[in-house]
Design a protein around this ligand. Structure first.
Ligand SMILES: [Zn+2]
Length: 199
């Protein structure tokens, strides 16, 4: 299982599931461009959200729309060039369990570690192994600014740690060897140049 992207070959989502299932929407949502590694803006440390207001709720809704459209299971605001501590996640197969983590803090983490294959919407088509805590408990604000605690294991635990890294300015490939990282960087830069020429 990858952490922040669902491998297309293993999970085929019908278009209806690619839409966010959210209540209380008050505006048209927008798809936001996702920064691609090695864009240096991905290395920005996000600041805490001061108040969960309509601007933040709109950001959350737009992030869900962007994440579902890209068939990801998690998205940090950093990835859309907004440097505030906001994460959206949905690791459910049915794409109907949206989780909002604003100003998340880890309050407990297991000493047990797991190694899983991770991917990232900012590092398309690249998957590699990263070691994480098997279980984490995070405290965060939800879409209404209410504090809640999430105890997670399995894919959700990995996803939360992956997204929280983004808020610190860290991309998962930065855990890999310099050799692998440079190879990934060259590959993605080459692809970006090709995309530019094709456009
Ligand atoms: Zn990511």
């Amino acid at each position: 299982m990858s952490a922040a992207v669902i491998r297309p070959s293993r999970h085929r989502l019908s278009p209806i599931y690619a839409r966010p299932v959210l209540s209380g929407l008050s505006h048209d949502m927008s798809l936001l461009p996702i920064l691609r590694y090695p864009d240096p803006r991905l290395n920005t440390r996000a600041r805490p959200v001061a108040v969960v207001d309509d601007r933040i709720r709109r950001l959350v809704d737009d992030m869900f729309e962007t994440m579902y459209e890209a068939k990801g299971i998690g998205l940090a605001a950093t990835q859309i060039d907004v440097h505030e501590r906001v994460i959206v996640i949905d690791t459910s197969e049915e794409r109907n369990q949206p989780l909002v983590l604003i100003n998340p803090e880890v309050v407990a983490a297991s000493t047990d570690r797991v190694i899983g294959d991770e991917g990232c919407l900012s590092v398309p088509t690249i998957y590699d192994k990263v070691e994480r805590c098997a279980e984490v408990t995070v405290r965060a604000l939800d879409r209404n600014g209410q504090s809640h605690e999430v105890r997670a294991d399995g894919l959700l635990a990995v996803c939360i740690q992956h997204e929280m890294d983004h808020l610190q300015g860290k991309v998962f490939v930065e855990y890999l060897s310099a050799l692998k990282r440079n190879r990934i960087r060259s590959k993605l830069l080459k692809r970006a140049r090709e995309d530019e020429q094709a456009a």
